[in-house]
Each structure stands twice: as structure tokens, then as C-alpha cells.
Design a protein around this ligand. Structure first.
Ligand SMILES: *Cc1c(COP(=O)(O)O)cnc(C)c1O
Length: 395
């Protein structure tokens, strides 16, 4: 968490972020900001959050030295095992935090959007835990791609609304969810799944996810007696990466690499690399890099992993890019499959296709690192959900 210099809180990260919402949502978003900053300092809230992280989500997650992968690459690689969190990914860190906040401020109904279904499952899980009603918006195409997650959400007691507008993926689900929020703002809390949306969401989600980076910092100092030379994570909306990166912001010697999904290639029309190929504009309440066409319309994106298939990116990443605090590169579908296969065979860990992009990038670019490097890769989720996709891809 960045130290605040004064009590005034900026809605921006450099030039990025802000609060671009319709008039009807401006008050609710401001109210959420006040409530969040009150809780953020409350000892009771923090200790309750820690309780659930530990006893429910299974934190701290291990920082695992991947010996065979390290030998293969020629430098030390540690995996931050977010795949071992309850529900199988880092998303639960955020949903526990937001749903707890919603309950404390008296909201009765939770809504959320989901792409891969991971955020939907994590939200439905937190709602079951805290006893709140849960409605999940999901694009029709994603519902087909991630059928099992749809069923899991229903088992957890959530209602899943099928979104048939636009490209029938995550961005359309976000639009529908915002529409719901505008009409039901009185009793409804919108749980956003990544470091995106109007302020305070990008900051709030980053703070909930920064437990990843704080744990990593302690763990690596314990094991290696030094900070890592590289932090590496995949970037969809950017929450697992920002969660890992942000506690190291002031450690100048720690390099950060964010991996975007290059799909069928960043020069094809089928990718999700917003930082590499996007333009600065406003989408979903924030000013950031967005993949738009010459008319300013949001482009159809593609990635083999539904979790990275998003046309924008969290504003704090746009800021990190603008000040060169992190470097953003990409890995295509084939590279992700390569990473999936490699980690499965070498370490006995099936990674989600999202972090498989990070594994694939590092393995393919291993010549660029030195034998003294210590690299931490955020293994944001487990790969069970993607076995069907891998099977169809034909390894
Ligand atoms: C959702 C998801 C992502 C992408 O989201 P970020 O906000 O960029 O972290 C990455 N990995 C997994 C396993 C996911 O479920």
C-alpha cells in the first residue's frame, strides 16, 4: 500500500484512472469511497479480513522454488502459489474484502460480472460465506467456454444472468452489470473483479490483492535474504500483477514484467494486449489504455484464456507503463500452451491458462536473463478449469 502524503485522496494514478460514471452513480461511488477509506483504517475490519484470509482462503500461500523449471531456464524461479487459494485463484482475496465491506455498510444484494467465471465463483463463494444474495452477469460465449464455473455459481446459490449483447464476453457483462447497479443502487453493491472501473475500485482491489506482494516480500527475504530481481505476472484487468507488484513499488532494483495475451499475435486482430496496442481513452469509468478501432469503438479481443480476454487494463498499470516502472510484453496462445505443458510436466502443477502466459514468456525468453537472477512468477490460478480447452487444442 502506498503511503498517503495527506488526507486528500487522488482519483488518479498519474494521468490515469478517475471516476467517469453516469450522474446516477456519482453519489454511490463517492459513498463507497468514503466507506472504504473508513474501513481501510479500521482495526476491526483488518483483523476480520486477516481471519478469513487465513482460515477460509488458506493464506499465506506458499512461495515455491520450482527447481526443475529453474534448471531448464538457467536461473532461480519461485512461484507464488495463488492457485492454492480456496476456489483456485487469487480472486478470492478481493471478493472476501468487498463482500465483507458490503455487508458492513448494510447492502443486501451483490452483483458482479465475470469473464472466465473465476470472479463469479469467487464472488458467489464470498456471498455464501457472508449470507448475501448474489447475481452474476456473464457473456453467453464465456458461459459456453466455462460451463463448469456457471454450474458452480448456481451450486453456491447465485443467479447467473446470460448476457447476449455485443461480443457476449466480459466487456458486455460489465456494461449490463453497471446498468443493474444504476437501477438498484440503494440495496446493491457492485463487486468488481479486477483493478478496473471508476475510483475507488482500482485502488481498493489493488489493496485487497496486495496481500500477494506483501507475503512474497517476507517469504523471499526469508529464503533468499534478498529481494527478487524480477516480478512476473500475467495482466488481464491487472489485479494479480498489481497485487504482486505494488508492495515493491519503491524497491527500485526490483524489475517488473507484466505479460499480456497476444492471442494469435499482436499484429493480428485477435489479441488482448491493451498496453501494447491500445489508445488512451475512457472505458468502464476509467481513463486508461483500451483497444479501440479508428472510430473509437471497442475492439473485439481474443485470448485462449477467458481471464485475459479484456479490451482495457487497470489504470495503475497504464501509470506504471508511463513512468517505466514496469515493462509490458506479451505471450501468444501457442506460448501459453507451451507454458502450460512445461509446468505440468516439470513441476506437476497444472497452471491456469492465464499464468501459463507468464510461464511461457519466461521459458521462451530465458536467454535474456542471467544465472544470478531470482524471478518470482505469480501463479494466479490452477489449470483444472482449462483442461477441456487444452484437450481441444490438441497437445
Ligand atoms: C481472472 C484471472 C486473471 C486475470 O485477471 P487479473 O485481474 O489480470 O489478475 C489471471 N489469472 C487467473 C487465474 C484469473 O482467474
Amino acid at each position: 500500500m502506498h503511503k498517503k502524503k495527506s488526507e486528500t485522496i487522488s482519483w488518479y494514478f498519474g494521468d490515469f484512472g478517475g471516476k467517469f460514471v453516469p450522474e446516477t452513480l456519482f453519489e454511490p461511488v463517492n459513498k463507497l469511497e468514503k466507506e472504504y477509506f473508513k474501513m481501510y483504517k479500521s482495526k476491526k475490519f483488518i483483523s476480520e479480513l486477516r481471519y478469513y484470509y487465513k482460515n477460509y482462503a488458506g493464506r499465506p500461500t506458499p512461495l515455491y522454488y520450482a527447481e526443475k523449471l529453474s534448471q531448464y531456464c538457467g536461473f532461480k524461479i519461485y512461484l507464488k502459489r495463488e492457485d492454492l487459494c480456496h476456489t483456485g485463484a487469487h480472486k478470492i482475496n478481493n471478493t472476501i474484502g468487498q463482500v465483507m465491506l458490503a455487508k458492513i455498510i448494510g447492502k443486501k444484494r451483490i452483483i458482479a460480472e465475470t469473464g472466465a467465471g473465476q470472479h463469479g465463483v469467487a464472488t458467489a463463494t464470498a456471498c455464501a460465506l457472508f449470507g448475501l444474495k448474489c447475481v452474476i452477469y456473464m457473456g453467453e460465449e464465456d458461459m459456453v467456454r466455462q460451463e463448469i464455473n456457471v454450474y458452480k455459481m448456481k451450486l453456491l446459490g447465485a443467479e447467473v444472468v446470460c448476457v447476449k449483447s455485443g461480443t457476449r464476453t466480459l466487456k458486455d457483462a460489465i456494461n449490463e452489470c453497471m446498468r443493474d447497479w444504476v437501477s438498484n443502487v440503494k440495496d446493491t453493491f457492485y463487486v468488481i473483479g479486477s483493478v478496473v472501473g471508476p475510483f475507488p475500485y482500482p485502488l481498493m482491489v489493488r489493496n485487497f490483492q496486495s496481500v500477494i506482494g506483501f507475503e512474497t516480500r517476507n517469504q523471499i527475504l526469508n529464503i533468499e535474504k534478498q529481494l527478487p530481481s524480477y516480478l512476473v505476472a500475467c495482466v488481464g484487468g491487472g489485479s494479480n500483477s498489481m497485487g504482486l507488484f505494488s508492495p515493491f513499488f519503491y524497491d527500485k532494483k526490483v524489475n517488473m514484467i507484466g505479460i499480456e495475451a497476444a492471442g494469435k499475435g499482436v499484429n493480428s486482430k485477435h489479441h488482448s494486449a491493451s498496453l501494447a496496442k491500445g489508445k488512451i481513452t475512457v472505458l468502464h469509468g476509467m481513463k486508461t489504455y483500451v483497444l479501440v478501432d479508428d472510430y473509437g469503438q471497442v475492439q473485439h479481443t481474443h485470448s485462449i484464456s477467458a481471464g485475459l480476454d479484456y479490451p482495457a487494463v487497470g489504470p495503475e498499470h497504464s501509470y506504471y507503463k508511463s513512468i517505466s516502472r514496469a515493462r509490458y510484453v506479451s505471450c501468444d496462445d501457442d506460448g501459453a500452451i507451451f507454458g502450460y505443458d512445461l509446468l505440468s510436466r516439470m513441476e506437476g502443477i497444472l497452471p491456469a491458462l492465464e499464468p501459463a502466459h507468464a510461464i511461457g514468456y519466461i521459458a521462451k525468453n530465458r536467454e535474456k536473463f542471467s544465472s544470478k537472477d531470482v524471478v518470482v512468477i505469480c501463479l494466479s490460478g490452477r489449470g483444472d478449469k482449462d483442461v477441456g480447452i487444452i484437450k481441444n487444442y490438441g497437445i
